[in-house]
Design a protein around this ligand. Structure first.
Ligand code: PLP
Length: 391
């Protein structure tokens, strides 16, 4: 019996949806991503249903396509923005700036000024220099301070080390914010993207609570908001809990710490709203072995680390890959098309690929709607950026 488990598309998409995507993809030259916006609409509705007490700020970085931004705008979403360029994307479709939070802790003075001039009033920070700059360029704005969290090892794509500060520093920054004439508004964290341990929110909320209490007792500062970040799940290989389980437990953690005095709760989902909606279609360019006796096949395809699949770095995100072939599954290395030896997605793809896979076959990378088009290089080795289509 094969040690590899075959991918059943039915675990990821209902039949009609996948048939529709496959039919749409049929004659188009690869590689490209097809995104079914109906799935995004459903994911958004699920998020709102499961977290009725929270306000959603879509993390635009996951996929800023106009089709997605427009859909989420019409559904009433707010937007978590990382740069002046993303701000332009949302304002150009008529989103008012009171629906925007500038969530990047690393920002230029000129950009903070521009955000403020355009009406943005909510800014993230995690350092004194940044906070002082916000006070000068965005006087009186609301600020929330990002804290460091644990759970790095249980997130497929950790995010905490580069961003956030220790509790003590967060406390001092919120006190300083008040002294500088800003509004100390709240605390944010991100437990890491595709966080598999829901307990990561428990310890982060506990940290938030202790800062809340100390600020109130020692300075009379009453914070008004907690930003629980992203980290909610998408359907990659090794599926994790459903969103409903996340919501139920997180609600319980909040109640344990804040009782019925819950501040405003903000969520910043990216991956969980968009990933499931996308299928990336590529083509097998070459299949080879390193010697006549080597067991391992190398499967080269026309999409790679530099054309949208950077999240396969360290095999962090494990995309389910479906092909039409039905042969026995066997081990292989899966690599991209460029002349760069880092352009290898999986050294040992744990589901294997069919032994009868052939040059010219299509590979369907499921759950690929988020962090693919945005990570695609403009023209590394001359390859164009990953094309995207929206249904
Ligand atoms: N919020 C911030 C500040 C982020 O940096 C990110 C991702 O990088 C997100 C939200 C979205 O997280 P996720 O894709 O895990 O939902």
């Amino acid at each position: 019996m094969s040690q590899f488990q075959s991918i059943d598309v039915a675990d990821y998409y209902d039949k009609d949806t996948f048939d529709r995507i496959e039919a749409f993809a049929k004659d188009k030259p690869t590689p490209f991503v097809v995104i079914d916006t109906q799935i995004i609409a459903k994911q958004y509705d699920d998020m709102v249903k499961n977290f009725p007490f929270a306000n959603v700020y879509y993390a635009v970085k996951a996929n800023p396509a106009k089709e997605i931004l427009t859909l989420l705008r019409d559904k009433g979403s707010n937007f978590d923005i990382a740069s002046i360029y993303e701000l332009e994307m949302v304002t150009s479709i008529g989103v008012s700036t009171d629906r925007v939070s500038y969530g990047n802790t690393i920002k230029k003075r000129v950009d903070v000024r521009s955000f403020y001039e355009q009406g943005v009033r909510m800014f993230a920070s995690d350092s004194e220099a940044d906070l002082r700059m916000i006070a000068e360029e965005a006087p009186g704005a609301k600020v929330y301070v990002r804290i460091l969290t644990e759970g790095t090892h249980t997130a497929d794509w950790p995010l905490s080390r580069k961003f956030g500060c220790q509790n003590e520093m967060a406390y001092d920054l919120l006190v300083l914010a008040k002294e500088l004439g800003l509004q100390p508004h709240g605390i944010s964290f991100h437990v890491g993207s595709q966080q598999r341990d829901i307990g990561a929110w428990d310890s982060a909320i506990g940290k938030v609570k202790s800062i809340y209490d100390r600020l109130k007792e020692e300075h009379g500062i009453v914070l008004k908001m907690i930003n629980l970040g992203g980290g909610f799940p998408a359907n990659y290989m090794d599926k994790t809990n459903e969103l409903g389980v996340y919501a139920q437990q997180i609600k319980h953690f909040l109640e344990e710490d804040f009782g019925d005095e819950l501040p405003e709760i903000i969520l910043e989902p990216g991956r969980s709203l968009i990933s499931n909606a996308g299928v990336l279609v590529s083509e097998v360019v070459l299949i080879s072995r390193k010697s006549h006796t080597a067991l391992e096949r190398w499967v080269f395809t026309d999409v790679g680390k530099f054309s949208g699949l950077i999240e396969t770095m360290d095999e962090a995100i494990k995309f389910p890959i479906y092909t039409d072939r039905k042969g026995e599954l066997d081990k292989c290395v899966i690599a991209g098309p460029t002349c760069d030896s880092a352009d290898i997605m999986y050294e040992h793809y744990s589901y294997g690929l069919p032994t009868d896979l052939a040059i010219g076959d299509r590979m369907y990378w499921l759950t690929a709607g988020a962090y693919t088009t945005t990570y695609s290089a403009v023209c590394f080795n001359g390859f164009p950026p990953l094309k995207d289509y929206y249904l």
